[in-house]
Design a protein around this ligand. Structure first.
Ligand code: GLN
Length: 491
């Protein structure tokens, strides 16, 4: 049998379904790969060896009993450490949750288990999903498999690096401002942010509740679509979950793979096609536009004038919501507790715990958000940002009257060296210049590898209307059929 760790999830699932490999063999091969490369990559915060092998044995037993298996049964999947896993450590990349073992599974993880996939471990991330490089993880950064001296993106750098380094064929991320798509772009992998409310937030440790969206990471568009279909759909446990089925994203990916985009209208966002991005990124984007045109797509330019205010609006809305969400980490209910000596007051213990438990970026956001929500400044900052959010949504709605999807580079720059953007928060925030508008609007968007710049991967972003997730898969799969997939230099 050839190396299963190099196969797509679709291929691995077919091996297991056909009895050519057991789920245990597939899982062991990935655990061996993790053991071989993890000291260089550090994609995982916790590898759940026993849990993964038990889940794999269960799939093998079900197959032996003749029970029907799901389309991804027996396939290992790495899970971002922001999703709760029953009895398995869940830290959100923070010291404040060190050693916390949740008493329940998030809906995403329950669905992964029910589908027979094999959750293999928890991946590294910027603390509470705040960041674009994984450098803000309290447990040290993840290294990009393309160049170990560079960032793998963030906040879901661990998930993207795990699949790029062949430690798992699939991973789960969460996208609040770009944390699935930007890591996908800089690691040469596929990352999709579903429609907000199309995937459940139950058991997703909250950062910014009106933006947070869990979603799939994979090495191919079809694999991402399969994973999306397994985890997506209505969840009564999440009050913002959309009570409608997920569009047929798998069929759309397969249609796209035929390489025919005749009749599909693509909009290039004027505001995103010029300044702000590296020349190599813009060159790869222009080449992709030409490729998409050759596949039959019609390309027009569309202006979205309010997109330029998306970044500042996001950096008021997201910190505001985080300042409220992170109030639950009080040293009393779960996780770290500092200074509880029987003498200090509750308030002192709370303050010491939060001081030692949170890192500098998280503190910055809590302070910013608390300020923006304070009564004297609410209208000037938070209220204003919400108005901008409405204008951005109107830009999207107007654009989608003219085109089926919008396209742009995913992120303005390729993977940057460690330390090069941590000194100035704004330089880090710019990584999400092109991804944030979608989060404010709530629609779906995908990043698909489209080329290389200076030997490093570049991603193309496809943005679609809410609940039209299928459209982005079709376009992404068509591009993939033309440009192929990207393999990092040997680790
Ligand atoms: N990089 C953005 C931030 O730091 C987005 C993070 C995310 O999508 N979770 O907030």
């Amino acid at each position: 049998m050839s190396d299963v760790t190099r196969m797509t999830a679709t291929e691995v699932a077919a091996l297991v379904a056909g009895g050519e490999a057991s789920a245990v063999e597939v899982t062991q091969a990935h655990l061996d790969r993790i053991a071989a490369v993890e000291d260089r990559v550090h994609a995982f915060l916790h590898v759940d060896t026993d849990g993964a092998l038990a889940a794999a044995r269960d799939v093998d037993a079900r197959r032996a009993a003749g029970e029907p298996l799901g389309p991804l049964a027996g396939v290992p999947v790495a899970v971002k450490d922001v999703l709760t896993t029953k009895g398995v450590p869940t830290t959100a990349g923070s010291k404040i949750l060190e050693n916390w073992r949740p008493p329940y599974d998030s809906t995403i993880v329950s669905r992964l288990r029910a589908a027979g996939t094999v959750p293999i471990g928890k991946t590294n991330m910027d603390e509470f999903a705040m960041g674009s490089s994984t450098e803000y993880s309290a447990y040290g950064p993840t290294n990009n498999p393309w160049d170990l001296t560079r960032i793998p993106g963030g906040s879901g750098g661990g998930s993207a690096a795990a699949i790029a380094a062949y430690e798992a064929p699939l991973a789960i991320g969460s996208d609040t401002g770009g944390s699935i798509r930007q890591p996908g772009a800089v690691t040469g992998t596929v990352g999709a942010k579903p429609t907000y409310g199309g995937t459940s937030r139950y058991g997703l440790i909250a950062f910014s509740s009106s933006l947070d969206t869990p979603g799939p990471c994979a090495r191919t568009v079809e694999d991402a679509a399969l994973l999306h279909s397994v985890i997506g759909g209505h969840d009564p446990r999440d009050s913002t979950s959309i009570p409608q089925p997920v569009p047929d994203v798998v069929a759309a990916a397969r249609l796209g793979a035929t390489g025919d985009l005749t009749g599909v209208r693509l909009g290039i966002v004027t505001e995103f096609s010029g300044e702000g991005a590296e020349p190599g990124v813009l060159a790869a984007f222009r080449d992709s536009v030409e490729t998409l045109t050759k596949l039959g797509a019609e390309v027009v330019e569309v202006s979205c004038p309010h997109f330029q205010y998306a970044l500042p609006a996001y950096y008021l809305i997201a910190p505001s919501e985080c300042s409220s969400n992170l109030a639950r980490f009080d040293g009393v209910r779960f996780g770290l507790r500092v200074g509880d000596d029987g003498v200090k007051s509750l308030e002192e213990v709370m303050s010491l715990t939060r001081d030692q438990g949170f890192g500098p970026e998280v503190k910055r956001r809590i302070i910013l958000g608390t300020y923006a929500l304070s009564s004297g400044y609410y209208d000037a900052y938070y209220g204003q940002a919400q108005k901008v959010r409405t204008l951005i949504t109107r830009d999207f709605n107007a654009a989608f009257e003219r085109v089926d999807v919008l396209i742009s580079p995913t992120t303005p720059f390729v993977a940057f060296p460690f330390g090069s953007r941590t000194g100035d928060p704004y330089q880090m925030y710019l990584a999400d210049l092109f991804t944030i508008p979608t989060n404010l609007y709530g629609g779906p968007a995908i990043s698909v590898p489209c080329g290389l710049s200076e030997g490093l991967p570049v991603g193309l972003q496809v943005m679609a209307p809410t609940m039209a997730d299928d459209r982005m898969y079709r376009v992404a799969a068509a591009l993939e059929s033309a440009v192929g997939t990207f393999t990092p230099p040997a680790l």
